[in-house]
Ligand binder design. Structure first.
Ligand SMILES: [Cu+2]
Length: 340
């Protein structure tokens, strides 16, 4: 019995590895819930069996005593579970808040869900997707991140080819106890701080079609030194240095002729300047307001007339829907982030 409790308390016996503080805290909460459930079960079912035996009708003349209620008992069996439930709620809310608190200096990585593969894009422009090893075996896309460093993932779902359709995916890392949907046409975010080195499995947790079960990737947590070496390594290793994500955004700014209406130096043109746009509160002609985040910029590109920036004219900016790729949008957003 005692050893069973210990096994439960260390929950790791049943659980995937726990490689973040959040995962460890969730293990404790889970163990607490499991143990209190087992204790309640023993008291309830054990008591029931005991009373069935003890108060069994022994002769045909036995009379059932008349008992209507007992305030003290009723209070106790309501209040103790209430306290336990509220403790679980508060504990869970505390962990949830930690899970959804984003560090401003987090390492940002873009995650694209495609049918049926995960793709990762770093700020330096490096893209990682499925590969094939020397024996022709599939090497799942492996995201490399430093240990004890907050990481922020920006997720979206994109088409694999222009004729394709983007569908819902869900990025799930059991060892980190985090999961977040990747939606077509929208950005969602996820954060984690791995506190253990190792290789961890990523699954797609939203049934997305025939290739769903093969939609796997890995996250490799390495020391900070190894991470820096990895960042430099491939660049030094002769591979042509990729453009940074912001550089790709700058190129897209020219390629899609945003440059004709948007300046980078703060001076207004046909459209508002992009300088200082990021993270700023925008006011619209209809009196509405919004903060310029990833989804705001995306919407401004796809549906420019939905919100018309105060002091500017509607119907000037054409929609780029169906023309511009999600990758270009992400790059433009990254470029705008750099225009402080
Ligand atoms: Cu999927």
């Amino acid at each position: 019995m005692i050893s069973m409790f210990i096994a439960m308390a260390s929950a790791s016996t049943f659980m995937p590895p726990a490689a973040t503080q959040v995962a460890k805290q969730l293990n404790h909460l889970y163990a607490f819930m499991l143990i209190s459930s087992v204790i309640s079960f023993i008291i309830l079912v054990g008591g029931m069996i005991y009373f069935v035996y003890k108060y069994k009708r022994k002769t045909a003349n036995d009379k059932t005593p008349y008992i209507s209620h007992n305030h003290t008992l009723e209070f106790i069996w309501s209040f103790i579970p209430f306290v336990i439930f509220m403790a679980c709620f508060a504990w869970g809310a505390y962990i949830y808040k930690e899970m959804r608190t984003f560090d401003e200096n987090a390492l940002e990585i873009n995650v694209y869900g495609k049918k049926w593969v995960w793709e990762f894009e770093y700020k330096d422009g490096r893209k990682i997707t499925n590969g094939v090893d020397a024996n022709g075996k599939l090497e799942p896309a492996t995201m490399v991140v430093p240990v004890n460093t907050p990481v922020k993932l920006l997720l979206t779902s994109v088409k694999l080819s222009p004729e394709d359709k983007a569908v819902l995916h869900s990025f799930f890392v059991p060892a980190f106890r985090v999961k977040q949907d990747a939606l077509p046409g929208r950005y969602t975010a996820l954060t984690f701080t791995a506190d253990e080195k190792g290789l961890f499995q990523v699954f797609c947790a939203e049934y997305c079609g025939t290739g769903h079960s093969s939609m796997m990737a890995k996250i490799k947590v390495v020391s900070k030194e190894d991470f820096d070496a990895w960042v430099l390594g491939e660049e030094a290793g002769g591979a042509p240095k990729e453009m940074t994500l912001a550089d790709k955004g700058r190129a897209a700014y020219a390629k899609w002729a945003c440059i004709g209406c948007h300046t980078l130096d703060g001076s207004p043109s046909t459209g508002p300047s992009w300088k200082g746009l990021w993270g700023n509160e925008r006011s619209f002609n209809d009196g509405g307001k919004a903060v310029a985040d990833e989804n705001y910029i995306r919407e401004s590109i796809m549906d420019p007339n939905k919100h018309v920036v105060k002091g500017f004219e509607p119907n000037k900016m054409p929609t780029f829907k169906g023309m511009i790729s999600d990758e270009d949008i992400t790059a433009i957003i990254e470029f705008i982030k750099t225009l402080k």
